[in-house]
Write a protein that binds this ligand. Structure first.
Ligand code: HEC
Length: 414
């Protein structure tokens, strides 16, 4: 008993010592950590290879890293944007919180799937292609055939004629180009550093690949399957969206600056539109009249950006972490995913009201079918694709797929 009291008081005084040294507040840190869960996991265990574990790490080390990201002594555009709004006390609290967590890892991404549903023509009226980061494959729906790709197939896109599918491999700095009829690899094209999003011009002639690591966009000619140009854009380009006439490309700059506007004729950046109120523009889509951009950041926001005035009309809170965003082809709704959560948010384009729908764990890729009736969602943690009925706003099906389904390309919904 005595020994216990002694041990207890020792622990208390040590804890007091620690807290006077750092004056940190673990509870505050926990609250702040909601913004970090999308990458570092809700338990401090990184959601994928590129995101380090923070749980159980030494507090002083964590604090030092956060300060280094802020000062630029340690260079990483993503983390720089994440700490931009934090003062020393905030960083202290976060360091204390993560340090207090257990290091025990949970093998979430390899969890056995429970889904038993099969894809059918009904929910897949057009071809749909899902990239599987950890299986290094792309799966074609509704047939559900897996094509062998390269290391961590991340983003993907399908050409407007439906003949080719492209998928980026950030760890090998390449984009894989597949024949959509049989999944044959037509080419593996070297692009810039850490390529993320890939998008095809509306005329089907070129693909634009956003190279997050080299701050540029590679332009690939889809006839010769070779890079024909590289456009400098600014820190952390992540994904693009073309206007329907193909004249402009809007590129999210996750480094924080905003949206880069590219002229596709001169292949030059015209300007950058700032997006205040959000942290790190991640993915985006346009309204049917192309006057409004819906910008998903990598924390938990969607900014409604008026492209003419450059004003943010509204910032909508969605689930934690980064994720995809898609304006339905009929312009009725905007669907946003959240990799650190278990729901998607569906925004009504008329009044910007939001409905959250529970879909399963780690939703990232999200795309409506061409007829806007279905919303496809890739569940990175459950290894499933959920199909949501957009009229009833309920999950219609869950289909088991490969590991870490990341992005979804739908023919007819660029
Ligand atoms: C969009 C993804 C993303 C989010 C959100 C994010 N991080 Fe990071 N974080 C990273 C990446 C990527 C690295 C690795 C950086 C590098 O390679 O230098 C990193 C590294 C770190 C490190 C250094 C770890 C080490 O072992 O050296 C710390 C500490 C950290 N992040 C804390 C945070 C905190 C705190 C938040 C929330 C306020 C946060 N991160 C949000 C992606 C993210």
């Amino acid at each position: 008993m005595k020994a216990n009291i002694l041990r207890y008081s020792l622990a208390v005084s040590m804890a007091m010592l620690a807290s006077t040294t750092y004056a940190a507040d673990v509870a505050q840190g926990k609250a702040r950590a909601a913004a970090c869960a999308g990458c570092h996991g809700s338990n401090g265990i990184g959601l994928s290879e590129e995101f380090p574990n923070l749980a159980g790490q030494k507090q002083a080390y964590l604090l030092k890293q956060l300060k280094a990201f802020k000062s630029g002594a340690r260079s990483n555009p993503t983390m720089k944007a994440m700490v931009a709004g934090l003062d020393e006390a905030g960083m202290n609290d976060l360091a204390a919180y993560y340090s207090s967590l257990s290091q025990k890892t949970v093998a979430v991404a390899t969890k056995k799937t429970l889904a038993t549903d099969k894809a059918s023509q009904k929910e897949f009226p057009e071809s749909v292609f899902v990239s599987m980061k950890k299986s290094a494959t792309v799966e074609a729906f509704p047939e559900q055939i897996a094509w062998k790709g390269g290391p961590d197939m991340l983003y993907d896109a399908v050409t407007p004629d439906g003949k080719m599918v492209l998928s980026t491999s950030p760890s090998s700095n390449t984009v894989y180009i597949f024949d959509a009829n049989n999944g044959k690899q037509l080419a593996i094209v070297k692009v810039g550093k850490a390529p993320k999003g890939v998008k095809v011009t509306p005329d089907g002639k070129f693909a634009y690949i956003s190279n997050q690591g080299s701050a540029d966009v590679s332009v690939v000619d889809l006839k010769t399957l070779a890079v024909v140009d590289t456009i400098k854009v600014g820190e952390g380009p992540h994904n693009a969206r073309f206007t329907k006439n193909g004249k402009l490309a809007y590129v999210t700059l996750q480094g924080g600056a905003g949206i880069a506007v590219l002229d596709t004729r001169t292949r030059k950046m015209i300007k950058v539109i700032a997006v205040p109120g959000i942290t790190g523009p991640h993915n985006l889509d346009l309204s049917a009249d192309e006057k409004t951009a819906f910008v998903r950041d990598f924390v938990h926001h969607v900014a409604v950006l008026d492209l003419q005035s450059g004003k943010v009309k509204k910032v909508i809170t969605v689930g934690n972490g980064h994720g995809g965003i898609d304006v339905s082809p009929d312009d009725r709704y905007v669907a946003a995913a959240a990799i650190g959560d278990d729901f998607i948010s569906v925004i009504n384009t008329k009044d910007l009201s939001v409905k959250n729908i529970k879909v399963g764990n780690g939703p990232h890729g999200i795309r409506a079918s061409k007829d806007s009736r279905w919303i496809y969602v890739s569940l990175t943690q459950d290894n499933e694709v959920a199909v949501v009925n957009a009229s009833t706003m309920t999950v219609e099906k869950k289909i088991a797929v490969g590991m870490f389904p990341f992005w979804i390309a739908v023919r007819g919904n660029p």
